[in-house]
Design a protein around this ligand. Structure first.
Ligand code: NAD
Ligand code: AHE
Ligand code: ZN
Length: 369
């Protein structure tokens, strides 16, 4: 069928809105009509050319929500009409990783997904016979997309697509980093580096679990007001600090953060995030994604003296199990998504959405089809 998609033809170039061809679902696959999708910094990262797994041409996008249109043979858990959120980390419930109950990193289809292909090794997208890659197994910058059944979370039908699409990445990543990965306890002091679409959800999660000091660090002073609304107790702009930022944060937390989160993708900041943690027990969680060739470093002494460096993907959430619950939290008013979606626009204006992110003017932009 012909579908409407924003295509990334090459790194560093704007997306172009095109009519492309999409093949129907094969065995174990599902055709989904995407109703809305958020723009995450990871989409911009891959488009920039910094992603070592970045492939072109591709249809980017991994923060969507939509409706099942058709299912391929063998699909049991979904039917046409079901409302779904695509998962860039699937949950097969069968692989060694899923069965370990130690990680959310289901590996059932990771190999082909990283090559921009469906599990059978081919792409469903093309333009006049030229193959176009899938992205993160989701390709939500298209009004229709095909996904494996194991990469779809079924959600309640009264949830608005243009809000809950954000649960497909940013909301779950931020809340999950606090709840699943760090397991922040009531009374803990928390430092969050980067108050964008992810960091503000870390703040929301820290407030939810009863953290004491919730310190936000960002170069953009405009982030202070919104972060306070979500529970930040102290704002630190590194440009306004005299002297060393790490020492400043250790003093502000009277000994160091119990938990810190890097939500930027800057390896220098990752080091600061580790080193501002409390001696003996502080845990620093890396969420930000850094470009090809970038490496983190610190003195081993930082770890010898009890600080712990961890990372998290999709907040440690198991998508088919956890995403429907987070949708319920939103529908029950337990979490705030609406105030983080600062812009909504038709897909025709998708390049403007990237621009707003780069200018620091949006938290999340959602594009609709
Ligand atoms: P964003 O652009 O919305 O937010 C980034 C924020 O960092 C902005 O507020 C910016 O002002 C601030 N910032 C930039 N440089 C800074 C510095 N040196 N010091 C302090 N603040 C600084 O991005 P986002 O969508 O929130 O994504 C954040 C990061 O998380 C990206 O690297 C993204 O790729 C990554 N990410 C990872 C996962 C995961 O599963 N691990 C999921 C989603 C996003
Ligand atoms: N191809 C990138 C990987 C980037 C990355 O770490 N992605 C996260 C999700 S970011 C969502 O906004 C992730 O899920 N990682 C686990 C995985 O298996 O990719 C690179 O840098 O190589
Ligand atoms: Zn994302």
């Amino acid at each position: 069928m012909d579908v409407k998609a924003a295509v990334a033809w090459e790194a560093g170039k704007p997306l172009t809105l095109e009519t492309v061809q999409l093949e129907g679902p094969k065995e174990g696959e599902v055709l989904v009509e995407i109703k809305a999708t958020g723009i995450c910094h990871t989409d911009a990262y891959t488009l920039s050319g910094d992603d070592p797994e970045g492939l072109f041409p591709a249809i980017l996008g991994h923060e969507g929500a939509g409706i099942v249109v058709e299912v391929g043979s063998g699909v049991k858990s979904l039917k046409p009409g079901d409302h779904v959120i695509p998962l860039y980390i699937p949950e097969c419930r069968q692989c060694e990783y899923c069965l370990s109950f130690k990680t959310n990193l289901c590996q059932a289809i990771r190999g082909t997904q990283g090559k921009g292909l469906m599990p059978d090794g081919s792409s469903r997208f093309s333009k006049n016979g030229q193959m176009i890659h899938h992205y993160m197994g989701t390709s939500t910058f298209s009004n229709y997309t095909v996904l494996p059944e194991i990469a779809l979370a079924k959600i309640r039908e009264d949830a608005p697509f243009d809000k809950v699409c954000y649960i497909g990445c940013g909301v779950t990543t931020g809340l999950g980093a606090v709840i699943n990965t760090a397991k922040v306890e009531p009374g803990a002091n928390v430092v969050v580096f980067g108050l964008g679409g992810i960091g503000l959800n870390v703040i929301q999660g820290a407030k939810m679990v009863g953290a004491n000091k919730i310190i936000g660090v960002d170069l953009n002073p405009a982030k202070k007001q919104i972060a306070e609304k979500f529970g930040m107790t102290h704002f630190v702009n590194p440009k306004e600090i005299e002297g060393d930022l790490v020492s400043y944060l250790v003093e502000l937390t009277q000994g160091g953060a119990d938990y810190s989160f890097e939500c930027i993708g800057n390896v220098k900041v990752m080091r600061q995030a580790l080193e501002c943690c409390h001696k003996g027990w502080g845990v620093s969680v890396i969420i930000g994604v850094a470009g090809a060739g970038q490496e983190i470093s610190t003195r081993p002494f930082q770890l010898v003296t009890g600080r712990v460096w961890k990372g998290t993907a999709f907040g440690g959430a198991k998508g088919r199990t956890d995403v429907p619950k987070i949708v319920d939290w939103y529908m029950e008013g337990k979490i705030n998504i609406d105030d983080l979606i600062t812009h909504v626009m038709p897909v025709e204006r998708i390049n403007e959405a990237f621009e707003l992110m780069h200018q620091g003017e949006s938290i999340r932009t959602v594009v609709t089809f």
